[in-house]
Design a protein around this ligand. Structure first.
Ligand SMILES: [Zn+2]
Length: 360
């Protein structure tokens, strides 16, 4: 069995950049949150139904000052509108807490109840456009996409957990929107150690499958209704089951979807995926390509096809079209674009294949 190349430590996928110092230990400090909320440089990123706005001039995320969003921050329910995201790493900032934590405080602000018309937009913030769909999200810079990902995960989680999962009482936001608290003082969630009201992240494994000499990749075409027209070929993926290692989850998903048994699994890279709250864990799996695929276990795939890395390489180099994925008219193979973890995994196998060829 050949050896895979060295795994990358950093990567440039969407939603994955470390833009903010989250200072998670300060979320419980009311003085810090008060100072962060009231500082003149603090930025509020407005969201309507979990989608942000961009400046039409430069396409950058709309960031507002407190004076522009004061109508959302005043009043009894204001503490239910915002989430503290962190202190911005980049740029100069005059905000310093306890003489050691510096950076522009950044909050996500839910303006779904009222909309942008209730903000007092300064001229410097205009004109603006709402991000409408997945393609618009794809056009965000890596930094902006990462802030949006963090904000979306919190805002969606807060919105879908308005009642305690133990006793059914109403929940309230605490620690600047980063935790929930059951309003019933007798509830078990308010006693001892409990994580029922913490934000959740669901692990999802996604794996590219290569053969034993890394010369081919098994491309998989999903039979999901949304894939009927676009005919996208990608990797195998699925949620990690309770009490399952990532490696076992990959091998199980591969067998359930393709009928193939896996020799080896390597974990390569991870990517937050805010639709709604997943962490994609990108892996490479090695399987004997003389096995006969069997798609009849869970019937999720319509087709699998071993494709030589030499063919794949040419397709992966292409830019994606407006459709949001690469369309190769010559082979009919449509592949995920270079902002996705699936693309990165396939590209990694192609590069490994070339390296192995050179070393032979
Ligand atoms: Zn409760």
């Amino acid at each position: 069995m050949s050896t895979l190349a060295t795994r990358p430590i950093t990567h440039s996928l969407h939603y994955s950049q470390e833009v903010l110092n989250r200072v998670s230990f300060l979320r419980k400090d009311p003085q810090f949150i008060d100072e962060a909320l009231s500082h003149s440089e603090t930025q509020f990123i407005p969201f309507e139904n979990y989608l942000p706005f961009v400046n039409e001039r430069d396409g950058l995320l709309l960031r507002l000052r407190k004076v522009e969003v004061s109508s959302f921050l005043d009043g009894e329910t204001s503490s239910q509108n915002f989430v503290f995201l962190g202190l911005l790493f980049s740029g100069q900032s005059n905000f310093v807490y306890r003489s050691r934590y510096r950076g522009t405080p950044t909050f996500a602000l839910d303006i779904s109840n009222g909309g942008l018309s209730q903000c007092n937009l300064l001229e410097t913030s205009k004109p603006v456009r709402k991000v409408e769909n997945f393609k618009d999200l794809n056009r965000l810079t890596l930094e902006d996409s990462s802030i949006v990902s963090q904000a979306r995960m919190y805002l969606q989680w807060l919105d879908t957990h308005k009642f305690c999962s133990i006793c059914g009482s109403k929940t309230t936001h605490v620690y600047a929107g980063t935790q929930l608290k059951c309003s019933n003082g007798d509830c078990a969630s308010n006693k001892g150690v409990s994580n029922v009201c913490f934000p959740r992240t669901d692990p999802v494994v996604i794996s590219a499958i290569t053969n034993r000499d890394n010369s081919k990749v098994l491309l998989c075409r999903s039979g999901a209704p949304r894939n009927k027209d676009r005919k996208l070929y990608s990797c195998v993926s699925g949620f990690v089951d309770p009490s399952e290692t990532l490696e076992v989850a990959v091998a199980r998903e591969i067998w359930e979807e393709t009928g193939l048994h896996t020799d080896k699994v390597e974990i390569l890279v991870s990517q937050p995926w805010p639709f709604p709250n997943n962490l994609m864990i990108g892996c490479i799996a090695i399987a004997d390509d003389t096995q006969v695929p069997d798609l009849t276990h869970d019937c999720e795939l319509d087709e699998v096809r071993w494709v030589p890395c030499s063919v794949l390489e040419k397709i992966l180099k292409q830019d994606d079209s407006d459709s949001g994925f690469i369309q190769d008219e010559l082979t009919g193979l449509n592949l995920p674009n270079n902002r996705s973890v699936a693309h990165m995994l396939m590209d990694f196998i192609v590069k490994t294949s070339k390296k192995n060829t050179v070393e032979k």
